[in-house]
Write a protein that binds this ligand. Structure first.
Ligand code: NAD
Length: 357
């Protein structure tokens, strides 16, 4: 079986790192990588060659490959039936036309069994970390409490909105840097996780509660209570990192423009929910903007800034998924009939039919 690793058009990451290419080759697969595909993530062509992979240019016949690993959906021409394992931006018409078998790892269910293939979690974790690091660069002040002969610098106050995977990692990073951290989330279970990291959980007074791992859009009563609480807290914060998302929906708008006006001049907001619409009304996708002295960072893809580790984790997730797929295909060669919840939830297209979108 021949595996092709495509270079990404607008992403610094790569779907297979040399360590994973080595594992694939050891299992008997042929691994072919597009030239310079790993360069933006810090992986040179020779590192792939050293583990036995082949480097080719895009001019080669891509119809020779059986499987393609990518981060974003590759709009290239492959042979009918090629298996594409990717994460996002699916061109459904191309999938149908080329009769591609496409899996999107963004559709991995939030279950314990699927955890080691979960690209959203592995990438969100790095995004949360990097958001806090970027905020610390932009803030123009120190994060920890510092006592100097010239006076005492108080610790920076950091607020994290949305304590899921990214939020918890942002909390852990802010704590390590010495910030005074508080956070809130609509899910009841987030409280214990926030507190276990040594941060303060902000309670929103409302009857509405969510159990489990999937958030939903909250009712008007909750939204009002959340806004009231936020209006009390925002003026004292130095850094705000927003990560709130609702699966399959637009991200909730939590910081309105007039709420930004109440913040300290020099404060920084990092909006990590840009791809789903943003949590702050003043965010401009792909830009850093300033409103009333408050900097608002709207990274389109913060993972570009940490592409080496993001690729390592992504590649491990993809490898784990591929191993599962291959073992399932040994039992049931017709992919559309495989009765495994992970395979079923990630299958986007097969044989001209569209499954999950
Ligand atoms: P996510 O990226 O979809 O959302 C981020 C966070 O925003 C969530 O915690 C959500 O509750 C929160 N949120 C949504 N609306 C909000 C609002 N109006 N105000 C404040 N917060 C709001 O979520 P995620 O980070 O992928 O994960 C959420 C939970 O699922 C976490 O507890 C995580 O540990 C769990 N999870 C489990 C698995 C697994 O078991 N395999 C995999 C992934 C995530």
């Amino acid at each position: 079986m021949k595996i092709f690793v495509a270079s990404e058009e607008s992403d610094n990451r790569i779907a297979v790192v040399p360590e994973v290419a080595k594992k694939l080759i050891a299992l008997g697969y042929e691994c072919v990588v597009e030239e310079r595909a790993g360069a933006n993530a810090g992986f040179a062509d020779y590192e792939y060659e050293n583990v036995g992979a082949k480097i080719i240019s895009r001019d080669n016949d891509l119809k020779l490959f059986d499987v393609v690993f990518s981060v974003n959906f590759p709009t290239l021409t492959f042979k009918d039936g090629t298996i594409i394992i990717t994460s996002k931006i699916i061109d459904l018409s191309l999938c149908k036309k080329q009769k591609l078998t496409v899996f999107s790892l963004n559709k991995i269910p939030r279950t314990t069994r699927a955890q080691y293939m979960d690209v959203l979690s592995s990438q969100a974790s790095l995004a949360g970390y990097k958001a806090m690091i970027e905020a610390s660069h932009e803030i123009g002040r120190a994060i920890p409490l510092m006592m100097t002969t010239a006076g005492t610098i108080p610790a920076a106050k950091v607020l994290i909105i949305g304590a899921g995977v990214a939020g918890l990692q942002a909390i852990a990073t802010a704590k390590r840097l010495g910030g005074v951290v508080s956070a809130f989330d609509v899910r009841a279970s987030a409280k214990e996780q926030v507190e276990s990291l040594g941060a303060k959980f902000i309670e929103v007074k409302s009857e509405e509660k969510i159990d489990g791992v999937y958030a939903k859009e909250m009712g008007e009563e909750y939204k009002k209570a959340q806004e009231k609480k936020l209006r009390e807290i925002l003026p004292s914060q130095d850094i705000v990192i927003t990560t709130a998302q609702i699966p399959g929906k637009r991200a909730p708008v939590i910081i309105k423009k007039d709420m930004v006006e109440t913040m300290k001049s020099g404060a920084v907001i990092v909006d990590l929910s840009v791809s789903t619409g943003g949590n702050c009304e003043a965010t401009v996708p792909g830009q850093t903007v300033e409103q009333n002295g408050v900097k608002i960072l709207g990274f389109n893809n913060i993972l570009d800034l940490i592409a080496n580790d993001a690729s390592r984790l992504y590649a491990k997730n993809v490898f784990n998924f591929f191993e599962l797929l291959m073992s399932q295909m040994e039992i049931q060669p017709d992919i559309s009939k495989i009765n495994d919840d992970i395979i079923k939830s990630t299958l986007i297209a097969h044989n001209g039919n569209i499954y999950n979108t």
